[in-house]
Design a protein around this ligand. Structure first.
Ligand code: FAD
Length: 968
């Protein structure tokens, strides 16, 4: 604190609050003390705390006393055999009591009673409606109805209370008694900053009637602030609706701003300027922020800069600065200071006194069930205190409860420090500036994934829109073959069509003949002689340069993928980021493998080294048009094997960009040859060619198996055994356990099954659901699927685009027709007016699918999901494993024992627990399956490169006439 007088003042006010707190705590009830003792017990051991909270989290989803007893045993090792009902009842009672501490009421009637009690203590309130995460439009409608009911009925129910000027008036006069907090994500199931216009439109359509009703009945509306990615859009929607003619002069609106963000003051300045233009002030509820763990994890997982402060003292210091800003600008932004931290509150009061602000101009806010003694102290000091009162049922309230428990018991929590750990008052009142810590230096990892583009940033959205416009302005591209550094046009053209708009030709591409295939292999063979001896470090550097070029061109490339393959924005960028990762990862791996290892004994020197194999044919699919082609090619090239790239007929333009990137990066002629053509014509020539040493293929099972077969037969003049690396399809299942968190399960299954219209080999095509949760899951799933927007891929709101081409369109629809014979078609979407525009297929969900029917066993590669019921986990595992494929799989469960079983017995290449089953990242999730899904070679993992290399061992005897000399 650079102002000692102010700091003295803050400490003085803080001490006063503490003395009042101590006084009122003396009268706390024995039950409250029991709660404190429970908390203290749970915190003595971090592992126990986390297991206890995890148990609390899943308890409401458990349907029988046996299930509760089992989970208690699994999480907390509490077991009383034969007493399940008693144990279950005691646990439920304990958790319900805990929940009632933080959840004010379960319905409106009960809420009014709680409000009356609060008012007796001279406390104002704001109601927060608890609910499940909104995954469908019908759930968003339901939330809107609940908000509407609240703002319609609550004001009348409160009108009869006698006025209390401390809470019913501020410096300007009466303020609404009914106060409702609204989360915008509850008003639109597809809330996504990638699509600000579509999101705003949908949110506003539901928000306006709520505001209208609130205004009519005299209720106040405050927008909560959620995760950082939603922040700009939430602010935008807030400003836009309260600038509209109908609402621009309404003073009873507010928004929460989080002080743990580095950008708090900028946002407050923006709001103040806007409020000035508007001419009517709004409320700002200043909070520290409830998503700290989430924000730091999301940033770490994506490699994004962290939006929140990492040092708690910085959050506290920022909170004080932001509170001061609000006080100074209170004619524009009316301050509502939401904190339980006595230092933060005292700092606000000291600033207010210094600025001559009247007590009624500043409101304090705290959460229901937290820091009650601090609330009482502030009321005694004549300040208006508003309590944030969550209302709703226990099940959806559990997530809220666990958040509060975590917050109260976090190492950084003021309440823990003050009321449980009993840290001395003077330390608690210390200026945050004096508490600041120096950040610890972090080790630099050897390989890091390319961070995905963050579409919550306006600049990213602008770059993408510009690239799409530039690409469509370019007109049709013409693409040659590239053999031995020569561009070759042929008399055959292959047209690549935009699947979203089938009348648009994206590119015309020269088609290779069998003769061209022979030329390309000859070029690769010639290049091999020199390339194999280029130092591994130089080959690795080539890949690094290719990665840099792809990164530089990522928006341009994404625009090509959107047009040529109908990849939605995020998916297109993920494909490019993965390609970049492959280059960097294999470059790094090659550097490791290049230094020979060995096991020496005295007199004997052993060196193990890797040798290049020879020309490689790389045959790639269209569904990850850059990443898969690039990954297979990068592994071959860095291992010293020149390549012939044979892209899919549907994605030649994307592939050409890769060939050009190698050219620009300085690959010698012949090291990367580009050979688009009809698969049936050039594929067999490459596979059977006696000079091709490696075939790396990703695609369908039929083609993969036939390549494996063809390659096994040695041809004339062939002096080696061909190495075949095949990655084929899947019929991937997600098991849904009875205790699964349905909010996350539904979202995870929808993303896994319908992302890129199910055209991923990792996609989920079977949901294997335990009977106890089957109906509930299916109902929410169908509503969620019905809410997905079908749109052309260039539309940022697109959740389901078209499938790749006419052939796929026909094949998938035929599979749907056949499926109707096996099972009940529970949902079929409608492509509406898009039906004739492109190859659109709406999502389909089949229910009650027999596990051995073709629908449940054959790959469809489209937006079709089969829901299968299972009697038990045994049954579910045998259904999941009972297909010829073993690629990806998943389980949603909150039972540690069932998760452990799935880890062992759900035998697939990539198993995902409690998350979507698509989106493997290079270096983190080596990707690939076995059985008829592939040969067990996982791309992007530590073993992959070895498949492109030949191991050798050189042994030297260093003993000369009995004398052990150095090796030659
Ligand atoms: P303190 O213990 O002083 O602060 C805890 C906070 O510090 C954490 O919550 C976190 O924000 C921050 N923190 C913790 N560790 C670190 C670290 N290592 N580095 C940096 N910062 C750290 N939150 C929202 O996000 N959106 C809302 O809309 C919202 N509405 C609320 C409404 C009311 C009325 C109230 C009282 C709270 C609301 N909150 C909201 C929750 C609020 O953010 C938390 O209750 C608050 O963070 C607790 O702060 P404190 O000052 O009481 O406690």
């Amino acid at each position: 604190m650079d102002d000692p007088a102010l700091d003295d003042r803050i400490r003085k006010i803080g001490r006063e609050i503490f003395s009042r707190v101590t006084e009122s705590s003396r009268f706390s009830s024995p039950l409250a003390r029991l709660d404190d003792a429970m908390m203290a017990w749970s915190m003595r051991n971090e592992r126990r705390k986390s297991r206890l909270f995890r148990f609390v989290d899943c308890l409401p989803s458990l349907r029988s006393s046996q299930a509760i007893a089992r989970h208690l045993r699994e999480y907390l090792h509490i077991s009383l055999p034969g007493f399940s009902p008693v144990v279950a009842a005691a646990a439920t009672l304990g958790v319900s009591r805990m929940a009632r501490k933080f959840i004010a009421a379960d319905d409106l009637d009960h809420a009014v009673k709680t409000i009356a009690e609060l008012r007796r203590k001279r406390l104002a309130f704001t109601v927060d409606l608890l609910g499940e995460a909104v995954v469908s439009e019908s759930e968003a409608d339901q939330f809107q109805r609940r908000y509407l009911e609240l703002v319609e009925l609550l004001p009348a129910r409160l009108a009869g209370f006698a006025e209390d000027s401390l809470i019913d008036r501020d410096a300007a006069g009466a303020i609404p008694r009914a106060n409702v907090s609204v989360k915008l994500s509850s008003l639109f199931s597809q809330f996504d900053p990638i699509n600000p216009a579509g999101t705003s439109q949908a949110v506003l359509a539901r928000l306006r009637p709520i505001i209208r009703m609130a205004r009519k009945n005299g209720a106040m509306i405050n927008l909560d602030m959620e995760q950082f990615a939603f922040k700009d859009l939430t602010l935008e929607i807030f400003k836009s609706v309260f600038t509209e003619d109908e609402f621009h002069d309404w003073p009873d609106a507010g928004i929460a701003i989080q002080a743990y963000l580095r950008c708090t003051l900028d946002d407050l300045k923006g709001l103040a300027e806007w409020s000035q233009r508007r001419g009517t002030p709004v409320w700002v509820r200043l909070v520290k922020g409830a998503y700290w763990d989430f924000e730091t994890v999301v940033a770490a997982q994506n490699g994004w800069p962290v939006a929140v402060f990492i040092d708690k003292a910085q959050t506290d210091a920022n909170f004080e600065s932001a509170a001061a800003f609000l006080i100074e600008n209170r004619h524009l932004l009316r301050p509502a200071i939401a904190s339980h931290n006595v230092r933060s509150i005292a700092a606000t009061l000291a600033h207010a006194q210094r600025c001559g602000a009247k007590p009624a101009e500043i409101e304090f806010q705290m959460l229901f069930g937290m820091a009650d003694a601090v609330k009482t102290a502030l009321v005694q000091m004549n300040h208006r205190v508003r309590v944030y009162a969550p209302v709703g049922r226990l099940l959806p309230g559990m997530a809220y409860l666990v958040r509060r428990l975590l917050e109260n018991t976090s190492n950084e929590s003021f309440l823990r420090a003050g009321f449980i750990d009993r840290v001395p008052e003077e330390q608690l009142l210390m200026s945050p500036i004096l508490r600041k810590r120096r950040p610890a230096a972090r080790p630099i990892p050897a390989f890091t994934n390319e961070p995905p583009v963050d579409f919550s940033l306006q600049s990213s959205r602008d770059d993408m829109a510009r690239a799409i416009a530039a690409f469509s302005a370019q007109g049709r591209a013409e693409v040659p073959l590239l053999i031995a550094g020569q561009r070759i046009f042929t008399d055959q053209w292959i047209e690549s069509i935009n699947p979203s708009h089938k009348s648009r030709v994206v590119a015309r591409c020269a088609g290779a003949s069998a003769e061209h295939a022979n030329q390309a292999v000859a070029a690769a063979k010639t290049a091999f002689a020199a390339w194999r001896d280029v130092p591994a470090e130089d080959r690795a550097r080539l890949l690094d340069r290719v990665a840099d070029i792809l990164l530089r061109d990522r928006f341009e490339l994404a625009a090509v993928e959107i047009a040529e393959c109908a990849k939605p924005w995020r998916e297109a960028h993920a494909d490019i980021a993965e390609a970049i990762d492959f280059c960097r990862y294999y470059a790094w791996q090659m550097r490791q493998l290049a230094s020979p290892a060995g096991a020496d004994v005295p007199g004997e020197r052993n060196r193990w080294l890797y040798e290049s194999r020879g020309p490689a044919a790389v045959i790639a699919p269209w569904n990850f048009p850059l990443a898969i082609l690039c990954g297979m090619a990068a592994a071959a090239v860095v291992a010293g094997n020149p390549v012939v790239l044979k892209p899919a007929e549907q994605s030649p333009l994307v592939a050409f960009h890769l060939a050009r990137a190698y050219e620009e990066a300085g690959a010698p002629p012949g090291v990367v040859n580009y050979l688009p053509g009809v698969g049936e014509e050039v594929g067999p020539v490459l596979v059977e060619h006696p000079d091709v040493a490696i075939i790396a293929f990703t695609g369908s099972r039929a083609v993969g198996l036939s390549i494996n077969h063809l390659a096994s037969e040695p041809r004339d003049n062939q002096d080696h055994v061909k190495r075949v690396i095949v990655e084929m399809g899947g019929k991937n299942a997600i098991i849904i356990d009875e205790d699964a968190d349905l909010d996350e399960t539904v979202a995870g299954v929808v993303t896994s099954a319908f992302g890129y219209s199910g055209q991923k080999c990792s996609a989920c095509s079977r949901a294997v659901v335990l009977t106890g949760v089957y109906d509930a899951f299916l109902a929410r799933l169908i509503e969620a699927v019905a809410s997905l927007k079908i749109a052309p891929a260039e539309d940022p709101g697109c959740r389901i685009g078209p499938v790749i081409d006419a052939e796929a369109h026909r094949r998938i629809l035929a599979a749907v027709e056949r499926g109707k014979r096996d099972a009940r078609l529970a949902f079929a979407g409608d492509t509406g007016p898009l039906a004739d525009e492109g190859y659109y297929i709406a999502p389909h969900v089949f229910a009650d699918v027999p596990p051995s029917s073709p629908l449940a066993t054959e790959e469809i590669f489209g937006p079709v999901l089969s829901v299968i019921s299972a009697r038990s986990l045994d049954d579910a595992l045998s259904i999941a494993d009972g297909v010829q494929y073993a690629l990806t799989g998943g389980i949603f469960s909150r039972s540690p024992a069932n998760i452990a079983r799935a880890r062992r017995e759900f035998r697939v290449g990539n198993l995902y627990i409690n998350r979507q089953i698509t989106g493997a990242l290079v270096g983190r999730q080596p990707f690939g399956g076995f059985k008829l899904s592939g040969g067990g070679t996982q791309a992007g993992g530590p073993d992959y490169l070895r498949h492109f290399l030949m191991p050798r061992c050189v042994t030297e005897n260093t003993l000369r006439h009995g004398f052990a000399a150095d090796a030659e």
